[in-house]
Design a protein around this ligand. Structure first.
Ligand code: HAM
Length: 421
């Protein structure tokens, strides 16, 4: 009989290499986004359910099937399935976009009640960026450029392809919507149940259906590209020209509609062939109507979000290793008498270098202390015996390379370690 409480399905404990590779992806995004002048925003993980159903769309999978919702007596709250709706709410709440054009980025957990498998979790991590107040497509291409820079820094450029499409402005979308309703009404009985429901709420969502029979019908559905008005067409043409000028290769996919309702004009998705069914590593686009829809003043906006877990998995898949973060240096006194001196050595080294320094604790015989140093994963052991303590010295033992142990004055330690690494 066990009292252990198992991990909740779709949730993960992250540590060692897996966490290290997630942190690498996040830190490259952070550095790159900040180098483009994007500012970090921290958003809550829980919002009113209405924010998501209104902002993301009642008929999307993310809202209608995948939300973790908690109803208390007064209101319905949900864990965020994505960051854009919250970011827009925050911008409206604090009036950040009045007389300003904020460029914001965020990182954190998102929650979707999906069937878990490799690369698909119920709690997963996204890095996202949102730019407010620009009509584009200059900022749209900047967003893509940022992600392209990140792919390069993470060595995954050759594994990722970019698809784009235009969903047009409101007028174009309405005309396309009418055409879709006409078309799907003609074969309503052949559609799956979900799609029949979506026909009433948002027929565009039917294009996203995973049902095989519906997919066949979708094949012949009217294409958005035939309904773009001049303004929408110009926007999309310029978007493509700008991407081409940056040397960014993008394939136009007229069937790309994204899974969330707020998009207008240019939308994009990054895919990889390395992760089976979870091929989408990121997506985004323009959402000019969302600020107003959520009760703010009209404000054009565009952004993206990347699935950090999937990018980390992709790097692993192509053999890019990220060692877990272990201490660089393990300081061990050979007996309890030298412990005080060992603590001083460790403090001094932390102050004068950026090494991660761990001190042996828990006592034990000299041999056991050495074994602990090895197990810690550190690359260097600083050994302190009675002689070293008496002479203000330390002995350096390299644990992972074949190199002779040396004894140096403690003042020479940082330089010796730096030049030897
Ligand atoms: P999204 O396409 O729904 O867009 O999600 C972005 C990325 O999150 C996906 O491409 C995927 O890599 C990752 N992702 C989604 N669900 C899961 C899951 N269950 N497990 C692991 N990874 C997952 C958005 O969320 C929009 N907010 C993007 C955006 C920002 N558009 C404009 N601004």
């Amino acid at each position: 009989m066990s009292d252990r409480s198992p991990l909740v399905r779709g949730m993960r404990d992250l540590y060692a290499e897996e966490l290290a590779s997630i942190r690498i992806v996040e830190s490259v995004f952070r550095d790159t986004l900040e180098s483009y002048g994007y500012e970090l925003i921290r958003l809550p993980t829980m919002e009113r359910t209405a924010l998501f159903s209104r902002g993301i769309g009642e008929s999307t999978d993310a809202v209608s099937k995948e939300m973790f919702t908690l109803d208390d007596e007064t209101e319905s709250l949900s864990l965020r399935p994505e960051g854009t709706a919250s970011c827009v709410r925050a911008v409206i709440d604090a009036n950040l976009y009045r007389g300003n054009q904020p460029k914001l980025w965020y990182v954190g957990s998102m929650f979707r009640h999906e069937r878990p498998q490799l690369g698909r979790y119920r709690e997963f991590f996204q890095v996202g960026a949102e730019a407010f107040g620009f009509n584009g497509p200059d900022v749209d291409t900047e967003l893509i450029r940022i992600v392209q820079d990140v792919w390069e820094r993470l060595d995954v450029t050759n594994e990722i392809t970019l698809e784009i499409n235009s969903l047009g402005n409101t007028a174009s979308r309405l005309r396309h919507r009418d055409a879709l309703v006409d078309y799907f009404e003609g074969c309503r009985d052949d559609l799956d149940e979900d799609s029949q429901r979506r026909l009433e709420i948002n027929p565009l969502r039917i294009l996203d259906s995973k049902n095989e029979r519906t997919q066949e019908i979708v094949e012949r559905a009217p294409n958005m590209s035939d309904y773009l008005d001049d303004e929408s067409r110009r926007h999309f043409d310029e978007f493509q020209e700008r991407l081409a000028r940056l040397g960014i290769h993008a394939t136009v996919n007229h069937r790309l509609v994204r899974g969330l309702d707020y998009y207008t004009h240019g939308v994009f998705e990054w895919n990889t062939a390395r992760l089976g069914a979870q091929k989408q590593v990121g997506g985004g686009g323009r959402y000019d109507g969302l600020c107003e829809l959520l009760g703010g003043a009209p404000c054009p906006a565009a952004g993206f979000a990347i699935g950090v877990d999937r990018v980390a998995l992709l790097r692993k898949e192509i053999g890019l290793k990220t060692p877990a973060s272990t201490p660089d240096v393990y300081v061990l006194a050979l007996s309890d008498e030298e412990e005080e001196y060992a603590l001083q050595v460790a403090s001094q080294l932390r102050e004068t270098s950026s090494f991660g320094v761990r001190v042996h604790q828990g006592g034990g015989k000299a041999k056991a202390r050495m074994r602990a140093a090895d197990r810690s994963g550190a690359s260097i052991a600083l050994i302190i015996g009675a002689q070293e303590a008496a002479d203000n010295q330390v002995s350096i033992k390299w644990l992972r390379i074949n190199r002779e142990q040396v004894t140096v004055p403690v003042t020479d330690l940082p330089t010796t370690l730096l030049t030897s690494n």
